[in-house]
Design a protein around this ligand. Structure first.
Ligand SMILES: Cc1cc2nc3c(=O)[nH]c(=O)nc-3n(C[C@H](O)[C@H](O)[C@H](O)COP(=O)(O)OP(=O)(O)OC[C@H]3O[C@@H](n4cnc5c(N)ncnc54)[C@H](O)[C@@H]3O)c2cc1C
Length: 471
């Protein structure tokens, strides 16, 4: 059954931190633009998971219950999406870092087409919006920073209104994408002028475009799933923004046969990368210094070379069996950007809507392995500084478990290794823009949400000019 047709200036596919950054900036900077945000999942949370005093353990259970992995291949071992309003941003965001400056140019194969200078004003704006009362600044936190002072351990980036969070495991809530999007809907209601439409439980299955040399996409073909009933929907737009997460955005491009995806020299689907996660636990139940508030500390890269591209996070949590106080130590190392790491379309496996599934191929380079070994050695040193031994020594998490995948539709400084222009326009199309981590030319060392947001704001400013010049 077809339930209708809709027309918008800009159609954004995906409501995670990336898609919402584009939507909110556009909403504010272009008072006439009509915007659609299309999200395959339902509304699960209206605010960030940590906005009620809930723990890391509860969050992990929530993710297992509601998450789903639509991919085949390497990333399916540990990776997953959270198909809901706000995407994975409703559970992630304890650490909101800027992309480290040297990582924009450190990898020869991963030179960014967008520099730190161009992004700076957008980072400032992203920090103003996202970093709220997110810092834990109690005595336990200070104690850990002191013990690990030799490693340059720091409080996570925080906003001006920092305060101590309530519980020992309590999180570090920031304004999640779901909350910000719902806020914009509220503004629409108050003004009595509907500019923003949010379609939940609506999955874009194909982008339909003209078949000329350069595709002009005119509609997103969608399937709507409500109360077990499936219907179809067409959402028309002047401009489309891909923000479905790197693997899903690339899949959509490939199944829609837009862009230059078919040629073997194309960068579409290529340069998939993520952070390699290793995690261990430390029993600190006998340390009275750690009973005074939560801990959320990070150790930035210790040097500026390729071998140093990892960071370590230390957070307090409790043992799931007996509530013992633990420190969870997570190392996260960059993967090199490599052409052979990629997303493909399965020749024979389809999802519930008959759309070809994405296959992910992700292998580690010798440098990735070396970096990981060096990171684990630093994690050992961190634990020794506490005068303790591991309860559980650092173990590599399965591929995908960082939830920081990037690449696949990259904006690189080298045009022949790019899938999109520096303004994010997908090569071979006239009106499809890359709005998520697919655009990153390298994964760098920092967690991605803040950089996704800054990139989204920059893209939105470009779209404002585009819409203005078209009118
Ligand atoms: C437990 C956890 C902790 C994390 N901690 C941090 C952290 O501290 N700092 C940090 O920076 N990052 C963190 N992250 C990572 C961060 O959440 C992700 O990098 C970020 O959410 C990616 O944003 P996105 O908008 O690109 O993708 P997502 O958040 O994955 O959103 C994509 C959305 O698109 C929707 N979608 C997909 N396909 C379609 C389709 N065909 N049609 C319609 N909709 C579609 C999905 O349902 C999803 O809602 C964490 C993630 C997790 C899970």
């Amino acid at each position: 059954m077809s339930v209708g047709e809709h027309v918008f200036d800009v159609v954004i596919i995906g409501s995670g931190p990336a898609g919402v950054a584009v939507a909110e900036r556009l909403y504010e900077k272009h008072p006439a633009a009509t915007i659609a945000v299309v999200e395959r999942g339902p509304v699960l949370l209206r605010q960030h998971f940590y906005d009620s005093p809930r723990s890391i353990n509860e969050r992990d259970r929530f993710l297992v219950e509601h998450g789903a992995c639509p991919w085949e291949g390497d990333l399916s071992r540990g990776g997953r999406l959270l198909p809901c309003l706000g995407g994975r941003g409703v559970v992630g965001g304890g650490q909101l870092h800027r992309f480290y400056e040297q990582d924009f140019t450190l990898w020869r194969e991963g030179l960014w087409g967008v520099g730190p200078g161009a992004l700076n004003p957008y980072f400032v704006e992203a920090e103003k919006r996202l970093l709220g009362s997110t810092q834990s600044a109690g005595p336990s936190q200070d104690f850990v920073c002191d013990v690990l002072g030799g490693f340059n351990a720091r409080h996570p980036p925080h906003g001006p209104n920092s305060e101590v969070a309530g519980t020992i495991e309590g999180g570090y809530p920031h304004k999640s994408s779901a909350e910000r999007l719902l806020g914009l809907l509220g503004r629409d209601r108050d003004s009595g002028r509907k500019r923003l439409s949010v379609f939940t439980e609506t999955m874009v299955v194909k982008l339909d475009g003209s078949r000329s040399r350069s595709s002009r996409v005119h509609k997103a073909r969608c399937v709507r799933l409500r109360q077990g009933e499936e219907s179809t929907l067409s959402i028309h737009g002047a401009v489309f923004v891909l923000a479905a997460s790197p693997v899903e955005s690339a899949r959509l491009v490939m199944v829609s046969e837009i862009a230059e995806a078919q040629s073997s020299s194309s960068a579409v689907g290529r340069y998939l990368a993520e952070h390699i996660y290793c995690r261990g636990y430390l029993d600190v139940s006998d340390r009275p210094e750690l009973r005074h508030g939560p801990v959320n500390v990070y150790i930035p890269p210790l040097g500026s070379g390729l071998d140093d591209r990892y960071q370590i996070e230390i957070r307090s949590t409790t043992h799931s069996d007996d509530n013992r106080l633990l420190l969870r130590v997570t190392g996260s190392a960059a993967m090199d950007p490599r052409r052979e790491n990629r997303v493909l379309i399965s020749p024979d496996r389809v999802d519930a809507h008959g759309v070809a599934k994405a296959i992910t191929e992700l292998t580690r380079s010798p440098d990735d392995e070396r970096r990981t070994i060096s990171m684990i050695s630093l994690m050992d040193d961190v634990v020794s500084s506490f005068g303790s031994r591991w309860l559980t020594p650092p173990r590599p998490l399965p591929c995908g478990a960082s939830y920081h995948e990037v690449g696949t539709l990259r904006i690189s400084a080298a045009e022949q290794e790019s899938a999109a222009t520096r303004n994010g326009l997908l090569f071979g199309t006239e009106n499809v823009f890359v709005g998520d981590g697919a655009a990153f030319a390298s994964v760098g060392t920092a967690n991605p949400i803040l950089t996704l947001t800054a990139m989204g704001y920059r893209l939105a400013d470009g779209l404002v000019h585009l819409l203005d010049s078209a009118s």
